[in-house]
Ligand binder design. Structure first.
Ligand SMILES: NC(=O)c1ccc[n+]([C@@H]2O[C@H](COP(=O)([O-])OP(=O)(O)OC[C@H]3O[C@@H](n4cnc5c(N)ncnc54)[C@H](O)[C@@H]3O)[C@@H](O)[C@H]2O)c1
Ligand SMILES: [Zn+2]
Ligand SMILES: [Zn+2]
Length: 369
């Protein structure tokens, strides 16, 4: 079939919205009509080359849609089903999935390949050539073909342009604070960078009982929003946060610090670690440039106060367990979802959406179809 998609042909170039040819789903695959797609910063990392994944590529990895057709061998999904895509496939059977680490499913090894998991070929084509997919998904398209391992079936009551946010930002941010950081009642939590990921780390830290949630962002609008989403304090810089945390905790430090600024910086690791309490945890969720190999931190402090520095992918969550669980928290009013999508865009306006992200105008921009 023919459909529309946003393709990145060159680094540092705009997304090109154009017609593509889409093959029918093969074994274990489904054809999906997209209902919503969030504009996450990770796609921007492919544009800049921080994430040196192959192009040309259809962007987008935070999506939800409706199944139109299933390929042979697909079990548990039928046309008409509504799904959220986990941006990490979770097969449910491999050793990682079996150990409750679905975010580290063995199929994740193909994440940056851009082709289908089933046979490592492409279903998406344009200008006479195969086109890759962001995180095996390509949600910046009116239709896409993906593996069933990426599909989490959901109920009918939630709008797809809201549900899509659980495909990355909500679960990643929430889980970074709650699962990777292990926020407990009475903790002091700090979130560095209030974008689509950070705002959900704020929500997670607040709902899990943090006494203080300090949000850090240079943009005033982000700080205002953080306070609406459960932060007790919002400051402009890590230096200000350090002074505030010292004051709030009588010098003991923060139990959890989550790094979610748009582009990771080696120096920030040291700043975040300095803010952490004894046995405190610094969670690195944001992506650093692939070429960055130097971080600065006080290693003596790390040892003498038993601090922990951990990375987190998809919020250290299990997509098949936690996407439905967080949707359930939304239904009962414990999780804010509607307020996350600051602006919506048509696919044709995707470059405006990313412009707004760079300018700090959105918690999340969302493409509606
Ligand atoms: N680990 C994962 O599973 C995962 C998943 C999704 C996204 N990410 C990454 O998380 C990061 C955040 O993504 P996003 O979509 O929320 O980005 P975003 O661009 O929406 O938000 C980033 C925020 O950081 C702020 N910021 C920039 N520099 C800062 C600084 N020095 N101190 C404090 N705040 C600062 C910006 O003002 C902005 O509000 C990106 O690197 C993204 O690739 C990781
Ligand atoms: Zn993302
Ligand atoms: Zn698996």
């Amino acid at each position: 079939m023919k459909t529309q998609a946003a393709i990145l042909w060159e680094r540092d170039a705009p997304w090109s919205v154009e017609e593509i040819d889409l093959d029918p789903p093969k074994h274990g695959e489904v054809l999906v009509e997209m209902g919503g797609s969030g504009l996450c910063h990770s796609d921007e990392h492919v544009v800049t080359g921080d994430l040196p994944w192959p192009i040309p590529m259809i962007g987008g990895h935070e999506g939800a849609g409706t199944i139109l057709e299933t390929g042979p061998g697909v079990e548990g999904l039928t046309p008409g089903d509504r799904v959220i895509f986990g941006f990490i496939p979770s097969c449910g059977r491999c050793s990682a999935c079996s150990a409750g680490m679905q975010n580290l499913c063995e199929l994740g090894q193909y994440l940056g390949d851009g082709t289908q998991i089933s046979d490592h070929t492409a279903r998406h084509h344009a200008r006479g050539q195969d086109i890759g997919l962001m995180c095996l998904l390509g949600t910046f398209a009116a239709h896409t073909v993906v593996n069933e391992a990426n599909c989490i079936k959901i109920e009918d009551d939630i709008a797809l342009d809201k549900a899509c946010l659980l495909g990355c930002g909500v679960v990643t941010g929430w889980g970074s604070a709650v699962f990777a950081g292990g926020v407990k009642p009475g903790d002091t939590s700090v979130v560095i960078g209030v974008g689509g990921i950070g705002i959900n780390a704020v929500q997670g830290a607040a709902l899990n009982g943090s006494q203080y949630v300090v949000a850090v962002d240079p943009v005033a609008f982000k700080r205002e929003k953080a306070l609406e989403f459960g932060a007790t304090h919002a400051v402009e810089s890590s230096d200000e946060a350090q002074a505030l945390v010292d004051e709030l905790t009588w010098g003991r430090g923060a139990n959890v610090v989550v790094n979610t600024m748009g582009v990771g910086e080696g120096e920030q690791i040291g700043k975040s670690l300095a803010m952490a309490a004894k046995r405190g945890t610094v969670v690195v969720t944001n992506l650093h440039r692939a070429t960055e190999e130097t971080v600065s931190l006080n290693a003596l402090d790390l040892v003498l106060t038993e601090k922990k520095l951990v990375g987190s992918l998809f919020g250290t969550a299990n997509p098949r367990l936690h996407i439905p669980k967080l949707l359930s928290l939304y239904r009962t009013g414990h999780l804010k979802l509607d307020e996350l999508a600051t602006r919506t865009y048509k696919l044709d306006d995707i470059n405006t959406g990313y412009h707004d992200m760079r300018d700090g105008r959105n918690l999340r921009g969302v493409i509606t179809f």
